[in-house]
Write a new protein. Structure first.
Length: 183
């Protein structure tokens, strides 16, 4: 495994962790009113569907970034996301209500991941530079981290705010590479 490949995998994992930190909170909020047996099912089904959706959208985004100037536009959008991460760090998740049926909870988890994962998909597609293996490896490594570790990551970001700057730096670097690699 060469250094560039390993660096790209680490960037994808970093991007996924930074931008996916709220997903575990959404999962918890959406399933909190279910009985425990259904809660675990909702978490499992919702997360698996969200993962499949995220992989499909990321692969689609990798293809789309081959369209002239779309990578430039994606880089500009990613720069705006990085700036937003630095300037507005208050994501309001309080509007997500606990659901009372398994279907409602799963639907909320998948829909929230779709909406909140857009920035993630663009960033990962840009960091992958058209290599699907990087997308798959990065997502397979980072999704378990997000599911089981995002609460810890959010605590660490609150305790050590400089980590937000590290995350924004990863996004800005990826955005810069997207803009400069535009053909």
């Amino acid at each position: 495994m060469d250094l560039e490949f390993l660096t790209s995998v680490l960037m994808i994992v970093g991007i996924d962790v930074v931008l996916g930190g709220d997903n575990a909170i959404v999962i918890a909020l959406a399933s909190r009113n279910l009985p425990e047996s259904k809660r675990n099912k909702a978490i499992l089904i919702g997360t698996l569907l969200a993962i499949v959706l995220r992989i499909v959208l990321t692969i689609l985004a990798v293809y789309l970034l081959d369209i002239p100037f779309l990578q430039l536009i994606g880089g500009v959008l990613l720069t705006l996301i990085a700036v937003n991460l630095l300037t507005d760090n208050s994501n309001d998740l309080s509007s997500i209500q606990g659901k009372t049926t398994l279907f409602q909870a799963v639907r909320t988890i998948v829909f929230a991941d779709l909406v909140m994962g857009f920035d993630n998909v663009i960033a990962i597609a840009g960091a992958a530079h058209g290599r699907f293996l990087l997308v798959i490896i990065g997502l397979l490594i980072s999704i378990p981290i997000i599911i089981w570790g995002s609460k810890l990551i959010l605590i660490l970001m609150e305790r050590f705010p400089f980590l937000i700057y590290c995350g924004a730096a990863i996004l800005a670097y990826t955005a810069g590479k997207m803009v400069t690699h535009e053909d």
